[in-house]
Design a protein around this ligand. Structure first.
Ligand SMILES: Nc1ncnc2c1ncn2[C@@H]1O[C@H](COP(=O)(O)OP(=O)(O)OP(=O)(O)O)[C@@H](O)[C@H]1O
Ligand SMILES: [Mg+2]
Length: 455
């Protein structure tokens, strides 16, 4: 009986601690990481650093001087030397550590061992980035940060930069319009494309930017944001009227830049500009971001009569994509598929859209449309996205690489509220005035009720 009591006294609390830890790990991975994962992984890393580096082939033979010094001062055998390690910097999702590469090593050598390092130190993933020549940073991620997305507190947002999603290495994925002017976002139904657009609209709404929407689903995706939109087209007919107006706006802006260059014949070279960003603040026109949801709708025609209108629209879109950047006009195009089968102009327009984000797709061909020209492994990764994680996507990187990203959940009501509160920021653009949607008072109660069930 006393044995049973002792067992209960010791085993009870132990079982409770174990159960608590398991619950924490499953439900609150960030808290689990801070309390349990971080100390364990740090201890593993410190205790096994040299042997793990050796096992991964990341050590080099010691210099002759070092070998002599070791032999002279100790009786130990002279061991191979791992890359010199900086201090461990813990973060809320993992930890960072800098390594100085040994002579003859390159960052790819460390990157090739990332999978082995993650197993050795018991973390979810290890990413390698180059800090400067000879120095790499290992970013150890403690848990799957894309399961429950929480954006980092410090993000590099700013004018025309929207931290829209979280990367798998726990850094923010920033949509930077000045670095990547136009983007294509593809994905199957319910994969999270409109959520991605919603984040961009909510992120741009408080900035001095004109937001223009073409939503051929009769406006169901973009209509809740009417308060902040400078123009909205909800069917291909309206889009056909809106697009030439945007092209004219772009041409006017080119004329403005040209006038400035004309005046400035005698002025120093650095004051001559070829885009709106070189104009003085007072003269610079406001940037325009054009959101197109379900782009294929603009390409599809039912009758021969519509064909002419379609060709015109596609030509206008291609011109905007080709010349818009310098005039401060940016495209954000969304669709389920965007291939050559949509007809004349589709591949040409796609080629102009530098940024690529591919959500879950139904077939490999769709993923290839978005990412095929970036990296074959990115196509494979997009095809592997499971339906129970809406918002998960593969994003092409400017560096030519790719990364998995996921948007946080943002309700339609919250995004609409951001638009309502920033309605006074709608810039004065008389040419777009006829397309300005009538603002209906937004009904958060209704939007909440209409919110679809999430996976
Ligand atoms: N990051 C996310 N986290 C949680 N739920 C999400 C996320 N992204 C999207 N969802 C949910 O997934 C569902 C589909 O999202 P969304 O409407 O953005 O898909 P879509 O690709 O635009 O679909 P469609 O092609 O039918 O318009 C919605 O219920 C949305 O709330
Ligand atoms: Mg949608």
């Amino acid at each position: 009986m006393p044995d049973l009591m002792t067992l209960m006294e010791v085993g009870g609390p132990l079982a409770a601690v174990g159960g608590g830890a398991a619950y924490l790990r499953a439900e609150q991975p960030a808290a689990y990481w801070s309390m349990v994962g971080l100390p364990l992984s740090t201890a593993r890393l410190l205790g096994s650093y040299t042997s793990v580096m050796d096992a991964c082939g990341l050590t080099v033979a010691p210099s002759r001087l070092r070998a002599l010094a070791v032999r002279a001062t100790t009786r130990r055998e002279v061991r191979a030397v791992p890359p010199r390690r900086g201090i461990i910097r813990p973060t809320s999702t993992g930890m960072r550590i800098r390594l100085r590469l040994a002579p003859g090593q390159e960052p790819a050598d460390v990157a090739a061992s990332a999978e082995r390092l993650r197993h050795a130190w018991g973390v979810h993933a290890v990413y390698v980035s180059v800090v400067k020549p000879g120095v790499v940073e290992l970013r150890l991620v403690g848990f799957d940060v894309l399961r429950k997305v929480r954006m980092p507190r410090k993000t590099s947002g700013g004018f025309l930069k929207v931290p829209v999603a979280l990367r798998e290495d726990a850094t923010a994925f920033v949509r930077d319009y000045r670095a990547i002017p136009h983007q294509l976002t593809l994905g199957a139904p319910l994969s999270g494309k409109s959520m991605y657009l919603r984040h961009l609209i909510a992120g741009l709404a408080p900035q001095p930017v004109a937001l223009v929407g073409i939503d051929c689903k009769r406006g169901v995706e973009l209509a809740p944001f009417t308060a902040r939109l400078s123009a909205l087209a909800t069917d291909p007919g309206q889009a056909a009227e809106l697009l030439p107006v945007l092209v004219r706006l772009m041409e006017e802006r080119y004329d403005l830049i040209k006038t400035r260059q004309g005046i400035a014949r005698s002025t120093p070279d650095e004051e001559i500009t070829s885009d709106i960003w070189g104009l003085p603040d007072a003269e610079r026109p406001v940037p325009v971001v054009l959101f197109v949801d379900e782009v294929a709708e603009l390409f599809l025609v039912a009758t021969k009569k519509d064909e002419e209108r379609r060709d015109e629209m596609v030509t206008h879109l291609i011109r905007l994509a080709q010349l818009g950047r310098a005039a401060g006009i940016y495209l954000e195009v969304c669709g389920q598929r965007f291939g050559a089968e949509l007809g004349k102009g589709a591949t040409m327009l796609r080629a102009q859209l530098t940024g690529r984000v591919c959500h879950r797709v139904n077939d490999e061909a769709s993923a290839k449309m978005a990412l095929g020209d970036i990296a074959p492994e990115a196509v494979g990764a997009a095809c592997a996205i499971v339906p129970d994680r809406p918002g998960l996507a593969v994003a092409g990187d400017t560096s030519g690489g790719w990364t998995r990203i996921r948007t946080p959940y943002l309700s339609l009501a919250d995004a609409a509220t951001v638009c309502d509160t920033s309605a006074h920021l709608v810039p004065d653009l008389p040419t777009l005035e006829p397309f300005r949607p009538a603002t209906q008072p937004h009904r958060p109660d209704l939007l909440t009720k209409l919110r679809p069930v999430t996976g």
